[in-house]
Design a protein around this ligand. Structure first.
Ligand code: GLY
Length: 316
């Protein structure tokens, strides 16, 4: 490639000068905090974030508190306490956080700790690493003051025992309700969090997208943020949340950016994916959007002092 052409098309051969100009001019949404989270339990989680934001707190603290709320709920069988276990009856948790400065932390395959999202936050704040897994993550959590606790509730144990009788393959959308939370605070700064117990009755050792920065969550404080729910394996293969943010950088509005990322998945599955993925996206100017592959998907949005549940229909 001749040098002149290279300079015109940019390093990746993709970014045009017009698109870059759009991203640079992205307006910052100040003094109007926004909270966006996945599924109907996002409503109660958002309330926790709102409490922090009303006191002038920052987006990272608010996102962490929202995620912690879902982790504490024993009736939520896909996150934290009460999460459905893997095939061996172990509750194993994945979580991550990312803040407005591009810092990130995550934990995967963590057991016996109720708030993996806060352990992920500690990894981000107190270590030089991004990701800790399994026994190492548990030891780090305990040494950081987290209590160990049995996360397998009687209800989830009974469900697992029932499943053991015929070991029916669970379709991920039957049980996958990861909570992902995106927050913009009064300064317009963006942060996010994601936490899950993953695919019910998964193979022991399976890790999904939720602790993978760029897959389940990505934050770029100049452009926007995005997060995922649904079949983690397919989100990982398309680096979904990073892709959604990059689409917004190229000028796609949030909902369209989510759809473009899902189009990649649809194409990979010859137009017929038989699983669910949902994305939520928040742009620096406070605009939000969501989309899902199939059926429908609910998300909770707090904006202009109202916290409401919305439903979006699948693309196919
Ligand atoms: N999206 C959560 C998981 O696949 O584990």
């Amino acid at each position: 490639m001749k040098r002149r052409k290279f300079l015109r098309t940019g390093i990746l051969g993709l970014a045009s000068p017009v698109i870059l100009a759009k991203s640079k001019n992205m307006k910052n949404n100040k003094n109007n905090p926004v909270v966006l989270s996945t599924w109907n339990f996002g409503l109660a989680a958002n309330e926790q974030a709102i409490k922090i934001l009303r006191k002038g707190g920052n987006a990272m603290d608010a996102a962490e508190m929202a995620a912690r709320h879902a982790e504490s709920d024993p009736d939520n069988n896909s996150v934290g306490l009460g999460g459905l276990p893997d095939e061996k009856g172990k509750v194993t948790l994945d979580a991550c956080v990312m803040d407005s400065k591009g810092n990130a932390g995550s934990v995967a395959f963590l057991q016996n700790i109720k708030h993996p999202v806060s352990v992920a936050r500690k990894v981000m704040d107190d270590t030089k690493h991004v990701m800790l897994v399994g026994e190492g993550a548990r030891q780090f959590a305990v040494s950081s003051g987290f209590e160990e606790t049995n996360l397998l509730t009687k209800k989830s144990e009974n469900e697992w025992k029932k499943w053991l009788k015929n070991k029916r393959e669970m379709t991920p959308h039957e049980t996958h309700d990861t909570i992902s939370v995106l927050v913009q605070d009064k300064n317009g700064d963006l942060s996010g969090a994601c936490t899950t117990s993953g695919w019910a009755y998964k193979m022991h050792g399976r890790v999904g997208d939720s602790p993978i920065i760029g897959s389940a969550l990505f934050v770029d404080n100049e452009i926007g943020s995005a997060a995922a729910t649904g079949l983690g394996e397919e989100v990982i293969k398309t680096v979904g949340s990073f892709l959604v943010v990059e689409m917004m950088r190229q000028g796609y509005p949030p909902e369209q950016a989510c759809k473009e990322a899902l189009n990649r998945v649809i194409k990979l599955h010859n137009g017929k994916p038989d699983f669910q993925i949902g994305y939520i996206a928040m742009r620096k100017d406070g605009e939000v959007g969501a989309a899902c592959l199939k059926w429908s998907f609910e998300y909770a949005l707090y904006k202009k002092n109202k916290n409401k549940l919305y439903k979006t229909k699948g693309m196919m």
